[in-house]
Design a protein around this ligand. Structure first.
Ligand SMILES: NC(=O)c1ccc[n+]([C@@H]2O[C@H](COP(=O)([O-])OP(=O)(O)OC[C@H]3O[C@@H](n4cnc5c(N)ncnc54)[C@H](OP(=O)(O)O)[C@@H]3O)[C@@H](O)[C@H]2O)c1
Length: 170
């Protein structure tokens, strides 16, 4: 099973605010995220799951939480109390690719298990009081940039670059 992390990053790898908000609206990235996750199994942290309430449709989220009393919005949504448990659950269901959708703590916890990073790099710098960041994956030298797609600015949104990184063969 492939493990893919998907995220949108502004300058300095900022992915949101600690209060739990993504401080931009980028329609092209939203469309890309919808298409890339359609019909798929996703892994999300409990906070990101709450932010995405009502959005999942035909996708199957596994919610990562240590709270044994946690109840998902839908009985079709699954729960795991650790990353290995989530990976086992997805494998047991024959999932070919598990897509990790954040937030920050879940990207951090799943990076060691990841095969692929699908990153939208938004050409914007943000001034947010308490930013949360995507992990500094490049520093370990284990990743290779395999694909780049440039998105020009449109309808008042910033230009962006879609990057696909794959883990280097050992
Ligand atoms: N730009 C993007 O692409 C993007 C995507 C998604 C999210 N975000 C942003 O990311 C921020 C949220 O990130 P966050 O780190 O605060 O929250 P989060 O990762 O969504 O959720 C954190 C919660 O997930 C559970 N969890 C995390 N790691 C776990 C582990 N290893 N085992 C078991 N449970 C685990 C814990 O839940 P319990 O407390 O219930 O135990 C933890 O409190 C927001 O600003 C959001 O907007 C950005």
């Amino acid at each position: 099973m492939l493990v893919t992390l998907i995220a949108a990053l502004a300058g300095d790898r900022v992915i949101g605010e600690s209060s739990g908000r993504i401080p931009w609206d980028h329609p092209r990235d939203r469309a890309h995220f919808r298409a890339r996750t359609e019909g798929r199994w996703l892994l999300v942290g409990r906070r990101t799951y709450a932010e995405m309430e009502g959005w999942f449709g035909d996708r199957t989220p596994i919610i990562l939480t240590r709270n044994e009393g946690f109840r998902p919005f839908s009985p079709a949504h699954r729960i795991a109390n650790s990353v290995p448990t989530a990976l086992d659950l997805a494998r047991a269901n024959g999932v070919p690719e598990l897509i990790v959708c954040g937030g920050a703590s879940v990207y951090e916890a799943t990076l060691p298990f990841a095969d692929r990073l699908v990153l939208t790099r938004l050409a914007m710098a943000l001034q947010v009081a308490e930013p949360v960041q995507f992990p500094d994956f490049a520093e370990c030298g284990e990743w290779c940039l395999r694909q780049v797609e440039r998105w020009p600015a449109a309808d008042g949104t910033s230009p962006a670059r879609l990057e696909v990184h794959e883990r280097k063969e050992k």
